[in-house]
Design a protein around this ligand. Structure first.
Ligand code: ZN
Ligand code: ZN
Length: 233
């Protein structure tokens, strides 16, 4: 089975994302661009995953609930789960680990919980973009304890990434997949021992606005992709 994917999308819950990134708009735009499976990965919270799942069910798109954790080292790690409850539990663990900085919406934007009918049903008080007190090892192990798969985000980006913070991917982290902005650069990073051999390379939009959901040239998941396991395929 060949599945076109976009496994890194932000909703109105992320302060840096547009408020019109609602569950039904995200699912609807990705339906139009031909996606078979999408994931919502808001910063440090999974509170909109139940509603994006409902919107995806409505549009017959497969959905993987996720969260983009900002680790203590300021490395972004995507955590993917097979069900919404596990994602919500991870979200609670991460939320408790955040410093108590109240969001100033004038500066940061809003953090909206929006249901599948585009109604705002809640607002998150603590600023979600800051670093958790959990380091990358703890985030990976909490994710795996809940049955999830952890994937370092945009490793080739010059901020909030494994390579920008640590310079290389330590072997003992043991990630089986990485997300890259430019997947064609994987070989050169692996040759320099900055990334491990034989990891799955994912490439998603990291969309923060609807315009970023219009492209139709989405990649396909490999048949042996770890994400296929979460989908039960
Ligand atoms: Zn990120
Ligand atoms: Zn992101």
């Amino acid at each position: 089975m060949k599945l076109k994917y976009d496994l890194h999308i932000h909703s109105a819950l992320s302060p840096c994302a547009d408020n019109d990134m609602t569950p039904s708009s995200i699912a609807g735009f990705r339906l139009l661009s031909g996606a078979d499976v999408i994931s919502l990965c808001d910063h440090n919270s999974a509170l909109n995953t139940p509603f994006v799942k409902k919107a995806c069910d409505e549009y017959k798109i497969r959905f993987i609930p996720g969260i983009e954790v900002n680790t203590a080292e300021e490395i972004h790690v995507l955590c993917y789960f097979s069900d919404v409850d596990a994602a919500l539990e991870m979200g609670e663990i991460i939320y408790r680990s955040l410093p108590n900085i109240k969001i100033d919406s004038e500066i940061w934007g809003e953090q909206l919980v929006v249901n599948e009918s585009d109604e705002v049903v809640g607002r998150v008080e603590k600023l979600l973009t800051v670093a958790s007190s959990l380091d990358i090892y703890a985030v990976k192990s909490e994710c795996e304890r809940l049955g999830g798969i952890a994937v370092p985000a945009h490793v080739d980006r010059d901020s909030y990434s494994v390579l920008s913070v640590l310079g290389f991917m330590p072997d003992d982290l043991g990630f089986h997949a990485v997300e890259m902005v430019n997947p064609e650069k994987y070989r050169s990073f692996a040759d320099k021992k900055m990334l491990p051999e034989n990891v799955e390379v994912l490439n998603s939009s990291d969309a923060h606005n609807l315009a970023a959901l219009i492209n139709e040239d989405l990649p396909y998941l490999d048949d042996d992709s770890a994400l296929m396991r979460l989908l039960g395929l």
